[in-house]
Design a binder for this molecule. Structure first.
Ligand SMILES: [Zn+2]
Length: 149
């Protein structure tokens, strides 16, 4: 049985921590870039590192294959419009042992998102455990000290 009130407490702590470390969505975005690409932005289409940053759009233009990409391109976060800091909190929740699909409504309330969005996010995170494990692990590591026991 999920002790949701305890989970809400932990999630609120995680959110407060994330929001104080990353006061804007952009600052978290930048951090995620360093986490995903410690050696510099790498094109997910052709793996070239020759790119021109497009800071206004939060994207990079690949000078080799002429594609444009962001830190979420090719990951389970691709195309999302939800604040990545909320995704980070969702990752912590969904990867916790206590999480079951039935708590999606609580997840929605805690993150102030729509229930369908919460369901979709939790499904994507669960799929990403198999398809995107490295990126998911690097996200979870950002708040690893706040993980559930
Ligand atoms: Zn490229």
């Amino acid at each position: 049985m999920v002790d949701w009130s305890r989970m809400v407490e932990v999630v609120n702590k995680v959110l407060a921590d994330v929001n104080s470390r990353f006061p804007t969505a952009t600052s978290f975005f930048d951090h995620l870039e360093v986490t995903r690409w410690p050696d510099g932005a790498t094109c997910p289409y052709c793996t070239s590192q020759r790119s021109t940053p497009l800071p206004k759009e939060g994207r990079h233009h690949c000078n080799y294959c002429n594609s444009s990409y962001s830190v979420t391109t090719g990951t389970f976060l691709s195309g999302t419009r939800v604040d990545l800091r909320k995704w980070l909190a969702a990752v912590v929740i969904v990867l916790s042992e206590d999480y079951t699909q039935s708590t999606a409504r609580n997840l929605a309330a805690t993150l102030s998102i729509n229930k369908n969005t919460a369901c979709r996010m939790s499904r994507l995170i669960q799929i990403a455990r198999h398809t995107d494990a490295r990126f998911l692990a690097s996200m979870n590591l950002i708040v690893s000290e706040k993980r559930f026991p």
